[in-house]
Design a protein around this ligand. Sequence first.
Ligand SMILES: Cc1ncc(COP(=O)(O)O)c(C=O)c1O
Length: 443
Amino acid sequence: MTKNSAKMDEIIRRDKRIFLTLPRVPYPFVVDHGDGEFAYDVSGRRFIDFSSFIGVYNMGVNSTAKVRAAIKGQVDKLMHNALLEFYSELPVDFAELLVSMFPKGESWKVFLSNSGTEAIEAAIKFSNLFTKRYYTMAFYNAFHGRTKGALALTNSKMVQREHFGPFAQGTIHVPYPYCYRCPFSLEYPGCGLACVDYIKKYPLSKEVSPSEVAAFFAEPVQGEGGYVVPPADYFKELKSLLDESGILLVADEVQAGYMRTGKFLSLDNFGVKADIYTMAKAIGAGLPLGVTIVNGKLGDIPPGSHSSTFGGNLAVIAGAYEQLKEVSAKRKALESSIRAKGAIALKRLKEMQERYEIVGDARGLGLMLAIELVKDKKTKEPAAQERTWIVKDAFENGLLLLEAGQSTIRLAPPVTISEKSLVTGLDILEESVRKANLGMLGK
Ligand SMILES: Cc1ncc(COP(=O)(O)O)c(C=O)c1O
C-alpha cells in the first residue's frame, strides 16, 4: 500500500465516521483538484471527467481562470450583499444577460436562490400564486430536489421518499415518455403519443380537475431517472394539452440546461417555451446558485412573499456572470461543437449497443448521453450489478462516470472536452463494457 492510498483510505474512514451517509459513487475517488476535462485524486492520479461533478462543471472542471479571477476579485470587494434588502449592480447585469439567452418575444423575470431544490420550491410557490391553484403534476422517475415541496415531485428512487411523506402538496405523477421501456408497451411513432392522451383521459379526468392544477413540472431530458430523451414532438403535444386548461409548464433545466444538450435551454430542442424555468448546477460555475425564471406575463409576487438571504450573493454571481458572458459570446460555436462531439459519442455508444448483449439502449442529446445495461436484450431485465462493475472498472482505468436510473450509466463530460479526451474516455468505457459482457464480473 502506498503512502497516498493509505491517506485516501484514512480520509474515507474519517468521512464515514463524521458525516451522515451520502449516496456516493461505487468507487473510492478522493478528489484533490481539477482542470478542464481532468480531475486529480489526492495521490495526483489523473482522471478524464465524464461527470462534470454532477452536471456542475459544464465549462470545465474548476471552471476557467477568468471565472476564478472574477470570484477572487469580488471576494476582496464585497461578498454578501443582502439582495433581498439592498440593491447592487452585478446581479442586475447577470439577470439581464441571462434572460437575453431565453426565448425571444417574452419578458422574463428572475428570482435568485442557492440550489436546484430552492429554485423548484420557488417555482412551486410562484405557480400557486399566479394561478391560485394548488395541485402539481410531475413525471415518474423525476428528480426535482429533496426539500419537502420539491420532494413531492421527485420519485426517481423510493429511498428518496420513504418515511418522508405524506406530502402536503397534491402531486399527480404520470409516465415519462421513456420509449425504451414504454409503460404502454407501444412503439414510437406508431403509438401516436399515447402517453399524452393518457394524461388527458385518466389523471385529468378522474383524479383532479384540470382547473385545479397549477403547474406541470418536467425535466426536458430526464436526468437522475436515467438520461431519457423524449420523442421530438412530445413537449409540443404536452404543452398544448396543458394550455387547454391554463396549467403552467415548468421546465426544470437544473441538469439538462446550460448547454448540456447543445442548446442553452434543453427545452429549446423541442420547439416549445415553458412558462417558468428553473436552473442551478452549471449556472453557478462551481458555486451554489439557483435561478427561477418566470414569464413576465404571469405577473409579479407580493414583496416579502418569497426571498432568500444569500440569493444573488456577489461572490457567486461574479463567477456566474463571467462564465455567462463567455457562453453568451460563444453560444453559436459552442452549440455546434457540442452537437458535433455529441454525434461522435452517440455513434460510438450505438455501436456498443450493436456489439454487446448487455447494452440494451444507447441514447442522448448533445453531451447528455447514456447507455442502459440489461441482462438480456429481449427481456430488458436491468443489469444493475453489471452497471456498477463497469463504472468501477472504468474508474480503475482513469475515467469518472456516474450512474443514473436503474441500470444506466450517464455520460456528461464538460461540454468543452477535447475530441481526443472524449474518444479516450469512450475507449475506456467500451473496454469495461466488453469485459462485463464477457461475464468477467468478480474476476
Ligand atoms: C433536474 C434536477 N432538478 C433539481 C435538482 C436539485 O438540485 P440541488 O441538488 O442543487 O438541490 C437536481 C439535482 O440533481 C436535478 O438534477
